[in-house]
Design a binder for this molecule. Structure first.
Ligand SMILES: C[S@@+](CC[C@H](N)C(=O)[O-])C[C@H]1O[C@@H](n2cnc3c(N)ncnc32)[C@H](O)[C@@H]1O
Length: 227
């Protein structure tokens, strides 16, 4: 068995190294297209991470197949699977909708996840539109006010740490073991670290793996400084 940790490897290989139902909760966000270049990020004047900054084209994004999902359901007791609407896999009825409060942006207004922990549909609102980031509307705010407090965007499909914290607070119990098969920017790992959950993560792309490790290490150093 692999030790819990963050690995630069193909999750389909990584999951094989864990016993059945080892993880209490898998929160995953696999790619549903073969790379950021397919979404028209290249050639735009302003990229989602800022003017004149561009994401590296990834040659190794793997759109998950049935074998991936079967393995995910083998190693985890419960699952939250972002982008479930893009896959032809027979997920159960539970859904989580993240409303990005995007206004008139060209990007999707919402993202949809399958959630094995209920049969209903739950809604989370958190603004995530370039420099416009903010707390949930239900908390009474839609913007941070101070843009310096915004999360840095290092990945083309980065999700906010706040979203992962909300998911963990609502769907995980203290002591749960968490799995993220497609780590990307490390937002999931940061949320797990901050809330005290053991998390195992995989990222296949060397470039993003190194950026994510750096981002996680910076967060861990900051938390240690505050202690
Ligand atoms: C949709 S992004 C995840 C974004 C992440 N949720 C975040 O907040 O930053 C998918 C990531 O999975 C990685 N990936 C693609 N195929 C993979 C595989 N077979 N194993 C591990 N990582 C993979 C890609 O390199 C990409 O960084």
């Amino acid at each position: 068995m692999l030790k819990p940790g963050f690995y630069n490897m193909d999750c389909r290989e990584g999951m094989k190294r864990f016993p059945d139902k080892y993880f209490n909760l898998a929160i995953v966000d696999p790619p549903y297209f073969s790379g950021p270049e397919r979404r028209g990020y290249y050639g735009r004047r302003i990229s989602p991470i800022g003017v004149n900054r561009w994401y590296k084209i990834s040659a190794c994004w793997q759109v998950p197949d049935e074998e991936y999902f079967n393995e995910l359901f083998r190693v985890s007791r419960h699952q939250i699977i972002w982008g479930c609407n893009y896959y032809s896999y027979p997920f159960g009825p539970g859904r989580i909708v993240w409303d990005k409060c995007n206004g008139n942006s060209d990007f999707s207004d919402c993202e949809i996840a399958y959630c094995s922990l209920h049969d209903s549909v739950r809604l989370y609102r958190y603004m995530w539109n370039g420099m416009m980031q903010g707390k949930s509307i239900t908390e009474g705010h839609v913007q941070q006010g101070n843009k310096a407090l915004n999360e840095k965007r290092i990945h083309p499909t980065q999700k906010p740490v706040a979203l992962y914290k909300w998911l963990l607070g609502k769907y995980a119990k203290p002591g749960d073991k968490i799995l993220d098969t497609h780590v990307g920017s490390a937002s999931s790992l940061i949320a797990c670290y901050d809330l005290g959950f053991e998390c195992t993560g995989f990222e296949i792309d060397d470039h993003y793996y190194n950026l994510a490790r750096k981002r996680l290490a910076e967060e861990q150093a900051q938390v240690r400084m505050k202690l």
